[in-house]
Design a protein around this ligand. Structure first.
Ligand code: TPP
Ligand code: MG
Length: 561
């Protein structure tokens, strides 16, 4: 415990709490509202990444939370800083990611006068954060920061936002540090595990869907052993691809945007669906069509660390209130039926996955993103981290890349654009020795492309791939489906992204043909600098399986018919 008689400023107490709770990295855009905290950082052992926009800083903190399971931390200034950061808070809420954002605030004695950049933190963030509060009393800094760590990580994790009045941060205070926070697991009850065992004994077509957060390498290993022992097919939920090894014989595929139709059928035909960790949200549930709400046709066993999730969408046949590790640890000790009725179905599911993902599909245009993903999966080290935001380009990652290790894919389940660049900065700051790839659409990249400057500033050799098809592709696709031929506000006129990289002090290369990708990638890697690979993609290549023209023609035919 800290020397309780020592006088510190509230800002110093705050930074000491972060260190005490294990925070090694923070991300920020500075502001005069929290100069005292910046000063406290000056002589403490914690890495700061100064960013170009608060949206980037917040996404970096969110990415740290996603990758480590411990709250990622960022600091932003009051009003405009806090509101700029809101996309990161929204992602953390949707993606169930532990995160804490500290926002500067006006001095206590001018509050509610609309003082410069004043913002009502509780009102502004109350609806999207798990908890939004402000610290008015410097003696309560240890208490509130400690609670923030528990709240951000407990049950279903999420973001906490804490306002810091400027004058409060400068106050001297004598206060003891809080005990170090540690995350708590929730274990399943013996009765629930018996019931699960019985349900499995009666099942003939079970399938497991793993998702959500609070996983770890150990939890993933335990889950694999359980699946192996029971020969269960395991699908990964949307953007939770790293929860199961895709080359394991139990792997049945990725459930999200553009899934293998055979996997969708397999889930619809299942008599028991065991959901571990996830919530089967809109994208994983194929627009809420896979399971009837509130009463699914099959038995759904829902395992989740937050009791609040049970029955929110689907009435479960059995609810198991547990976090992934204790559940998987208990599940692997259960007795599998003998013989296992579904063993052959599991083998078929894995064969279907391999067939669906093995070979790139034919595509119009010079660069085939499927072939690029296959090259990356064959050439990147297994611990390489891929980061991306939202756009149709991501469909090729989901289908053709293979994430062999835990937490090697950092991407928002909330499908928020602009995430690929900042999250890659965060990952390379955490893991200086690992290969970090940032994948972006052309629209996507320029939402937070300014953080390429941060990569240059910290000499992070991230390889940024920009898939330039000259359109907001996802929206154009929906536009052609719903309003065929009536293009409106979905066309982009783009800069030369390779020149953009060079202007920032990075390495830039343009790729117009699939066969040039490998050499260009090597040149980017050999440069040792942050690099942008500008891939020219034919806009017609809108998904791995169809073209814009086909979508338009199909929609027109449907209108006429
Ligand atoms: C922050 C944010 N704004 C808008 C959207 C809506 N949206 C989803 S995908 C998309 C277009 C993505 O375009 P691009 O990055 O060029 O990728 P492409 O689909 O062309 O591959 C848009 C605008 C979103 N998901 N997130
Ligand atoms: Mg695009």
């Amino acid at each position: 415990m800290h020397d309780v008689t020592k006088v510190r400023t509230a800002a110093e107490v705050l930074v000491d709490q972060l260190i005490r709770h294990g925070v090694r990295h923070v991300f920020c855009v500075p502001g005069e509202s929290y100069l005292a905290v910046l000063d406290a950082f000056h002589d403490r052992d914690i890495a700061i990444t100064v960013c170009r926009q608060e949206g980037g800083a917040a996404m970096m903190a969110e990415a740290v939370g996603k990758a480590t399971g411990q709250p990622g931390v960022c600091f932003v200034t009051r009003g405009p800083g806090a509101t700029n950061a809101s996309p990161g808070i929204h992602i953390a809420r949707h993606d169930s990611t532990p995160m804490i954002m500290f926002a500067g605030q006006v001095a206590r004695d001018v509050k509610e006068r609309d003082a410069l950049q004043e913002i009502d933190i509780r009102a502004a963030f109350g609806g999207i954060a798990k908890w939004a509060t402000e610290i008015d009393n410097p003696a309560r800094v240890p208490e509130i920061v400690s609670r923030a760590f528990y709240t951000a990580t407990a049950g279903r994790p999420g973001p906490v936002v804490i306002g810091l009045p400027e004058d409060m941060l400068r106050d001297d205070v004598v206060v003891a540090d809080a005990p170090r926070w540690r995350p708590f697991e929730t274990s399943p009850g013996a009765a629930e595990m018996h019931e699960l065992e019985a349900l499995l004994r009666r099942a003939t077509r079970p399938i497991v869907i793993v998702g959500g957060t609070r996983w770890s390498v150990e939890a993933r290993d335990a889950m694999r052993r359980f699946a192996e022992r029971f020969a269960l097919p395991v699908a990964t939920s949307y953007r939770r691809l790293t929860l199961f090894d895709p080359l394991h014989p139990c792997y049945a595929g990725d459930l999200g945007i553009g899934p293998n139709p055979k996997l969708v059928t397999r889930i619809k035909e299942a008599d028991l669906v065991l959901v571990v960790g996830g919530r089967l949200g809109e994208l994983a549930s194929q627009g809420f069509t896979l399971f009837d709400i509130p009463g699914p046709r099959m038995n759904v066993v829902h395992v989740h660390p937050s009791a609040e999730e049970f029955g929110r969408l689907y009435s479960p046949a059995l609810a198991i209130h547990a976090s992934p590790l204790p559940f998987a640890a208990a599940a692997q000790t259960m007795q599998p039926p003998d013989p296992i009725a579904w063993r052959k179905r599991t083998e078929e599911a894995h064969a279907d996955y391999l067939a669906w993902t093995d070979t790139p599909t034919e595509q119009p245009g010079g660069v085939n993103l499927g072939a690029v993903m296959v090259w990356l999966r064959e050439n990147l080290p297994q611990d390489a981290i891929l980061c991306n935001g939202a756009g149709n380009y991501a469909a090729w990652i989901h289908r053709f890349y293979r994430f062999r290790q835990f937490a090697t894919h950092i991407a928002p389940t909330s499908a928020s654009m602009g995430y690929g660049m900042p999250s890659a900065v965060a990952m390379q700051r955490l893991h200086p020795g690992r290969t970090v790839i940032s994948l972006n659409g052309d629209g996507d990249f320029l939402m937070n492309g300014q953080e390429f400057a941060t990569a240059v500033q910290y000499e992070l050799p991230i390889i940024v791939i920009v898939c330039d098809n000259g359109i907001y592709g996802t929206i154009r696709m929906h536009q052609e489906r719903e309003y065929p031929g009536r293009i409106s506000a979905t066309t982009l006129r783009n800069p030369d992204f390779a020149a953009y990289a060079r202007a920032f002090g990075g390495f830039g290369v343009t790729v117009e043909r699939t066969q040039d990708f490998a050499d260009a990638f090597q040149a980017a890697a050999n440069s040792g600098k942050p690099a942008i690979m500008h891939l020219k993609i034919d806009p017609e290549a809108i998904t791995p399986t169809t073209t814009l023209n086909k979508i338009r023609e199909h929609a027109r035919a449907a209108l006429v018919g």
